[in-house]
Design a protein around this ligand. Structure first.
Ligand SMILES: C[S@@+](CC[C@H](N)C(=O)[O-])C[C@H]1O[C@@H](n2cnc3c(N)ncnc32)[C@H](O)[C@@H]1O
Length: 265
């Protein structure tokens, strides 16, 4: 989805942000996986960081029946929608703002979040390392960015052949090939375990193939909940493989993350 007309900058940014996460509601498998894993928790005070349109919040109320559910949402249109949706419920409080700036008025038993980007750390997971409160538990609390190297010929986009492939050198493109079904990760680039991000040394020198595929996996403890092959919300990311090692960096400021990618060797 894309905004096609000129708008004042503030309005443009809030609608653009709003549209950016609407795709999550088409992903029923992610909701089923999250709901199943949530049944194991017991919690009196629950916080959802980035509550969107409140789909997961409804599941939290039904499954956990918390005494209090705080919904923290930075996007204005989503916040206003949440206010209307949960109006009149004394067990739900909707708050506008960034989770990393929120001062919890009480102990938090469980923090729930869906801050994973297609490159793991390119949306808001970093914000969770700077919370002003310490939740007892976080769900989900773990994630990986995996890699796989494949041949261009094995992919399905007829327009992208060897003659044009190089225009994407050092460019990470999500969803470039639509029907990538052969997900067999060969290694790990990043691991996030609340609240820390860990990096692995990647050396592709023994691997054949001219396409690097990156895939985020959402985990809680030892259980995988989603990857791009199972859940629509997280696309595979593709780029030409023009070396054996690369740098991938993130810079987070005021709710916005920049991604830097470069082949290094
Ligand atoms: C994928 S959506 C969440 C969908 C939600 N779980 C649902 O079921 O409706 C992520 C939301 O997090 C919000 N968000 C992102 N970073 C945030 C931050 N640092 N603080 C508060 N909200 C944030 C976005 O505006 C977006 O609404």
């Amino acid at each position: 989805m894309e905004i096609l007309n000129n708008l004042p900058e503030d309005k443009y940014l809030e609608i653009d942000d709003f549209l950016a996460f609407l795709g999550v509601y088409e992903d029923r498998k992610r909701l089923v996986a999250f709901k199943r894993a949530l049944r194991k928790f017991r919690a009196r005070v629950v916080v959802e960081a980035g509550a969107g349109l409140g789909e997961l919040a409804e599941a939290l109320l039904r499954t956990l029946r918390p005494e209090k559910l705080y919904l923290i949402e930075d996007n204005r249109p989503a916040y206003e929608y949440l206010k209307k949706k949960f109006r009149g419920r004394s067990d739900v409080e909707v708050i506008r703002g960034l989770i990393e700036e929120w001062e919890a008025p009480t102990n938090v038993d469980l923090l729930v979040q869906e801050f994973y980007g297609p490159l793991l750390y390119d949306e808001s997971l970093e914000a969770l390392s700077r919370l002003k409160f310490t939740p007892e538990k976080v769900f989900p609390n773990r994630g990986f960015l995996r890699y796989q190297v494949v041949d261009l010929e094995s992919l399905d986009e007829p327009v992208i052949d060897r003659n044009i492939w190089h225009i994407f050198d050092n460019v990470l493109v999500s969803d470039l090939f639509w029907y990538f079904e052969d997900y067999r990760p060969q290694g790990t680039v990043l691991e996030w375990r609340y609240p820390e991000l860990m990096r692995y040394d990647v050396d592709l020198s023994g691997l054949q193939g001219d396409v690097l595929v990156l895939a985020v996996e959402v985990w809680h403890d030892e259980e995988k909940l989603c990857d791009p092959a199972s859940c629509l919300n997280w696309p595979f990311v593709f780029t030409p493989r023009i070396g054996d090692s690369f740098a991938l960096e993130f810079s987070y400021k005021d709710g916005f993350t920049e991604v830097f990618f470069q082949w290094t060797g």
